[in-house]
Design a protein around this ligand. Sequence first.
Ligand code: ATP
Length: 672
Amino acid sequence: MALFMINRYLGEEEDCESSRESRSRALLAKLQEQVKARERQSISNTPDEDDDHQGDKEHKKRKCEEPELEEVQCKTKKSEKVRKTDLADEVASSAKKKKKRKSLSTENESMDTGEKESNNEKSIEITETSESDIAENKKTEEEENKKPEESVEPQISQEAKTENSSSQSGFHILGGFEEKTVQKVKRVLPQWLAQPDVIQRDITSNLIPISEVPGICPTLLKKLETNGIQSFFPVQAEVIPAILESVGSGLLVGPGGYRPRDICVSAPTGSGKTLAFVIPVVQALFKRVVREVRALAVLPTKELAQQVSKVFSTYTEGTSLKVVMITGQKTFAAEQIALSENRGGVSHSLADIVVATPGRLVDHINKNSNFSLQHVRFLIIDEADRMIDGMHQSWLSQVTKAVYRSTGDTQASVFKRILPGPITVASLSPPQIPLQKLLFSATLTQNPEKLQLLDLHQPRLFSSTHTCTETITQIQDTFNFPQGLTEYYIPCTLSKKPLIILHFLLRLKFSPALCFTNSRQAAHRLYLLVKLFGGVEVAEFSSKLSPGERQKTLKDFEQGKIPLLISTDAAARGIDISGVKCVINYDAPQYIRTYIHRVGRTARAGKVGSAFTFLLEVQEKNFLQMVKDAGSPGIQRHFVQPEALKSMEARYEQTLAELSKVVKEENAKKRF
Ligand SMILES: Nc1ncnc2c1ncn2[C@@H]1O[C@H](COP(=O)(O)OP(=O)(O)OP(=O)(O)O)[C@@H](O)[C@H]1O
């Protein structure tokens, strides 16, 4: 029975060593045969002019082959790495002999020599004569790796060609200028990232009745039905049983006494990721006896924390489980009171589930001595890619410290927590409460280096973007877009942008519409312009508003009181506003992740929606390439006829004049 599993990142190098050695031996034998044949041939040949030349060639070839032979012999003995070093040594020693040399730096060279030189620009040496040896050594090395079974004949004739051409110029240029098929650099991902559990992207045709998903308790099934959930979305049907399975042995020990695997989920915007963690976490906590903070959900913004806290509260309602939100919306003291109480001189937790923003969470860890994370079983990181980017705040290391903080209690507790190290018999005894990380995002990075920052334990990935290692050639991450989303771009000029917005709202009745700008100033200016133009109710949403104002604005927009909401990226991530028919990127987003989250405010939960991006001529090429590379199913061109805007132009000019007055007034007010 396997006691534990060791994951190795073997990549493509797996088992290459022995096959390379046998290939090297085969090549060596062939080369030796070849040399003997030529020797025989040269003895039998009568010397005429051509033959002399041929003899010269043969001599040169042999000369060229000698290092090749040596090299191959070396190869049979040494590993790939050592061979590379030998080659480098040969280059160096040959270089010493020749004094005249030049250095040429070229990126093409690195492509030609494939993996070996793919990372850096290389310095290529140009010498008068014997660099051909080096070149041939290199070639042999390459060809040996590529097609070992081929005869050496083509190499030699190619060699002769190179020599002919070099004899005209007097020196050899190594690589770079011949047309060669360039090998694409393949990205090698660790197995858990390369082979995830696949989640279906199409929600509507993959709904699973809630009763068919195993392990959900009757209380929660009833609550789901009460909240209008008859079926689970694909991400929920996959992830809920996986989390429930990891708490199969109870809250205090992992399955079989081992630490459970961390779970990462990458699924499109609006695919129902929130319920995918709320349901299993709530069900797992039903079993708890003493109230302690056992689940901690961390989100990047107050609005998102509020949204998630609301879902937790819905499913814990009527139970003894308590949800507390710490985001800075209330005062620190008020949050302290909500988190714990002092009874008989001993602090008792009042929360089972804490939903927090990282800044406020760190404040409580450092300044609230009654706030304990020592019993946390689930650490939920929503919008995980954004949270990784915010890692410079070191919130995660502070949380980890707080989770494994020693109480100073010298009494040996059965469930004492120590920072987990490698799995050994000693480390498994006594068992301890495991900390399981649950990561969720629509744009989870596939960059192992970034994910490494989260210190994941044997992670398991659920992803709707299934990419197999063999096919991955690009470095950029690819993502899945919601099935019901139609993407458009609108070629336009700066001055026409506001008119097109008005045309969309007033004529085409594209509402409710959520319009994104790249800055607070731009959002405010556009808001003023549309308001002054008249004919459509409009509101703005940005960090300029107070949390209360932001909440009210979102509510009014959701209720249909405001058909157009102009926002910064403050509303781009995670915000779930039902019924948004259309997203307009008034300013094209700079990053693909921003684009995916912005357009993901529509076409949610299996519904349809459209996204329009205004593009200036200079932006078109790069933007369309970025969207294509990210895996977009296709972005269509939508052209707005200038005639369609004509009738609005006079009023628009007038509005612009009014706008400059209003802006001046506002600026003057700010000064006083
Ligand atoms: N099984 C379900 N049946 C019906 N509606 C659901 C179901 N699951 C989730 N929803 C609804 O789908 C909407 C989107 O869900 P949620 O906000 O969890 O998406 P998400 O994947 O977290 O999106 P984002 O990546 O943008 O944050 C919500 O309004 C939610 O109530």
